[in-house]
Design a protein around this ligand. Sequence first.
Ligand SMILES: Nc1ncnc2c1ncn2[C@@H]1O[C@H](COP(=O)(O)OP(=O)(O)OP(=O)(O)O)[C@@H](O)[C@H]1O
Length: 510
Amino acid sequence: MLSSLLLADLTTNLPQAIRFQRLLRNLKEEFQCGAVALLKKEEDQLRPLAVEGLVKEALGRRFKISQHPRLAAILEQRDPLLFEPQTPLPDPYDGLLDSLEGQPLPVHDCMGTSLYLDGQLWGLLTLDSLNAGTFDATAKEKLQYLTLLVEALIRMTQLEQERTSLRGLSRQKDIFMASASSGSSEIIAQSPLVTRLLQELDVVAQSDLPLLLLGETGVGKELFARFVHQHSQRAQKPLVHINCAALPESLAESELFGHSKGAFSGANQDRPGKFEAANGGTLLLDEVGELPLSIQAKLLRVLQSGEIQRLGSDATRQVDVRILAATNRNLQEGVRNGDFRADLYHRLSVYPVPLPPLRERPEDILLLAGHFLELNARRLGLRCLRLSSAAEKALLQYPWPGNVRELEHVISRAALKTLARQNSTGNGWITLEPKELDLDIEPSPASEPTEQQQAGSPSLLPLKQQVELCQRQAIQQALETTQGSWSKAARLLDVDSSNLHKLAKRLNLK
Ligand SMILES: Nc1ncnc2c1ncn2[C@@H]1O[C@H](COP(=O)(O)OP(=O)(O)OP(=O)(O)O)[C@@H](O)[C@H]1O
């Protein structure tokens, strides 16, 4: 029965996330178990691509193989591995099972299998059952033959993705987790807003266009700049970051363009600047709105000519640098006030990229929280950190003026606070409560969240923002229904097509 379902999915053209989710749902039913998870191996860690029966935030987690002996043992062998219910090895999903609402896992059955693609270890599949004794030798045998089908399904999905990206379309559809080479550059997101933005950036990255990343503080401008660099032809060359706000006017020219020996007192030797350091690669001008006016003129000349002159030298040097600029200031206003040169603004803003604040993409909040919980648990040596459902609600209700950075700090602070509790109980498993998050807004314990809050919408936003949030959701829904057709979406929403385009542009949906 299950194999025919899997075979049917092999021949259907489905987005990866939906395909994997269906696979896990079918497996959960087939094995009558509580949780199934599909994890992909990425260097020394495992990344969940789909989970069934685990809490939502589990998708944001990364499991370091060396810290999870069960997962390591599954990876070590080709055949499925059945763990004794009494095994002393800790379970990686302790506290993450949906049905247990944060309770630690009791004695239970667990089995898993490694997955290979083209002879290479790709990842693994795990199954957990709360009824000890469910998984026996027959179940293990069944998993063995289903493993082949699961591998075929993953391979098929990969081929389809490759074909799609060859056509210049998105590489990932439902859930897009852009994985860069180091953990710290990983963009965690599943909201349609960010998913679409990443798809767009993936394409724009291939050009040498200057990008202007706009957005509130802590929204991820630097992270997205790194994404662009890593997805560009320049990825093997340096990405040089310069914080214009931290650049004293007296040193700015030498920092950017370098200086020759004797150019000023203390210049004991020739020194290249950031432009030369970034040659062949990318230069990120962070907080570009803070650049002093005198330096703006010099920067403009370099951008126009592609040539730099080190301070104190007449020689010119050709540089090939792609410019990315980021700011949380309104540069147009800066131009109007005379703080920012109009010509430089036009040069930098060829392709503006507005990054949506966290409150406009509530779908990402719990995912990001899960990611930061995992990072903190690892850093503090805690076995498992999770959110109570009241804490989840509190995170969803909060308006996040400091965006992702604030969320990161809230989770780090809360994780630290739990240390004392952890020491007193001696238990590695910890649930965070709203009071530990220390947010300004506490959800009322008596009231159930509204549908809007469940979708992650902040309830205390000014009316204008709430209206915009509703408009954004309606447009996104319509686009999903019409599979991206704007004209059909306009008909569905009963608005004029050009008005819909204008509105979508204003709401950063385009
Ligand atoms: N989608 C994301 N996934 C994972 N981490 C994120 C994401 N977005 C932001 N972060 C994290 O949030 C923090 C702030 O991000 P970043 O420094 O890129 O923001 P910024 O917009 O450049 O901030 P500022 O305006 O203050 O310069 C960083 O630690 C970053 O790694």
